[in-house]
Design a protein around this ligand. Structure first.
Ligand code: CMP
Ligand code: MG
Length: 413
């Protein structure tokens, strides 16, 4: 019987569906009890009795297969119908690892049901045959991809505590004086098995899991330690040199961590670093992820850290957020710099962004500067600080120290 709101009623003893039939929906039991069973040559083998709040019939919907068992109402039942789109679309859009785990569980349950059907005496336990791996299943490309992802995650977890991560530093240069004023810390992973792992690969992976938390604290601590060394190096050269700063990328997940602000404060105190010398780079995604992260940003700001909006102009660039949040500098994305001489619109957009930063008294950064021409054009447009291959690629700690005490090449170019 069909009800409004997709409720279906079944009479006591009514068969809801049979094993092997096509399944196009799942059910949630609102009232009554449902028995799940498989049939062998001689008898029905009960698998489970389900009651209110429980779901059944989901397996066939998840991977568009036949029903793995039959279902019968043990008493008058009312069930809510869950459409295939409610389930299948969610599974399709889920993470590769989640898909792999679900696929594996479905496969095992179906195997188990088939095994029970072949057991001579229903109800008498007989252990499953030793698993014979199915080479076709093992070689599926999606499966291999998901397994490689989990392998990479496990290796990255180990990398954090076994010195395989390295901070690299890319210079940030004052476009007026052409002197280095700070560095952006960029995380690199030198894996003993894989060599240098592409940063995009492991940073995304770390952000998808909670691994970004220990890796992020590790990077912040390195920044504090190395800042002293950089500061000393520059002051031996020029005693009046202003304090350097280090920019560290911080993801939404880190800001959402309940201990983020206190741990950050402990780190700067332990290493005697002024919070103003640490710039936290956030992306516009932070504004989509709710109040917890914004609250943490506010606390960091009150503690004296400076907050920079990274990749500006590529996200949704809602100006409203600049007003609402404690952002104190903007970093114009490198795609603008790359296009600044190739179309008429980009320079106008950049001019407008830079005008905005001036009026709001926020320092402006531009990344991806590769030529002197780009650097001069940006300086003439009023951009304060530049980053890019013209000034230097990201370098390991020792090479960065050397760079600080060598006269910069870009000035002579
Ligand atoms: P589906 O395969 O769509 O149809 C039969 C349903 O019975 C199945 O989804 C599950 O919801 C449920 N089911 C199958 N096998 C078992 C089992 N071994 N134990 C409990 N429930 C099962
Ligand atoms: Mg950055």
């Amino acid at each position: 019987m069909q009800h409004p709101y997709n409720l279906r009623s079944f009479e006591s003893g009514e068969l809801i569906f049979t094993e092997g039939s096509r399944g196009d929906c799942a059910y949630i039991i609102e009232s009554g009890r449902v028995e799940i069973f498989v049939e062998s040559d001689r008898h029905a083998i009960p698998l489970k009795v389900l009651g209110p709040g429980e779901i059944f019939g989901e397996m066939a919907v998840i991977d568009a297969s036949a029903r793995s068992a039959s279902a019968r109402a043990l008493e008058a039942c009312s069930c809510m119908v869950v459409s295939s789109s409610q389930i299948a679309e969610r599974i399709q859009s889920s993470d590769a690892v989640v898909k792999l785990l679900i696929g594996m569980l479905l496969h095992r349950t179906r195997e188990y049901n088939q095994h029970l059907k072949g057991t001579p005496d229903a109800g008498v336990y007989s252990p499953l045959d030793p698993v014979r791996p199915d080479p076709a299943v093992a070689a599926e490309p999606q499966r291999l991809q998901a397994i490689d992802k989990m392998r990479l995650e496990s290796e990255f977890q180990k990398a954090i505590c076994s010195n395989e991560l390295m901070p690299y530093y890319q210079p940030l240069v004052d476009l007026k004086t052409e002197e280095i004023v700070g560095f952006e810390l960029l995380l690199r992973w030198q894996s003993p098995k894989r060599g240098m792992v592409a940063p995009d690969l492991f940073v995304n992976l770390a952000e998808e899991t909670s691994l970004i938390i220990p890796a992020g604290f590790w990077a912040l601590e390195k920044a504090c330690i190395h800042l002293h060394c950089f500061q000393q190096a520059i002051q031996t050269l020029k005693s009046t040199a202003p304090p350097l700063f280090i920019s560290v990328n911080v993801s939404v997940r880190q800001f959402q961590h309940p201990d983020f602000v206190t741990t950050l404060m402990t780190l700067v105190r332990r290493h005697r670093v002024a919070p103003a010398q640490i710039k936290l780079e956030v992306t516009e995604r932070i504004f989509l992820e709710g109040a917890v992260a914004l609250e943490a940003i506010q606390q960091c700001c009150q503690a004296g850290f400076s907050i920079s909006l990274d990749d500006f102009g590529t996200g949704f660039s809602s100006l409203n957020y600049i007003a609402r949040c404690e952002i104190d500098s903007l970093k114009i994305d490198q795609s603008f710099v790359r296009q600044m001489f190739s179309d008429g619109k980009t320079p106008v957009l950049m001019q407008t962004i830079l005008y905005l930063t001036k009026e709001l008294q926020m320092p402006s950064f531009a990344e991806g500067i590769e030529t002197r021409e780009q650097m001069e054009a940006l300086r003439d447009l009023g951009c304060d600080i530049g980053q890019g291959y013209l000034f230097g690629r990201p370098l390991p700690f020792e090479a960065t120290l050397k760079l600080l005490v060598t006269p910069p090449l870009w000035q002579a170019r």
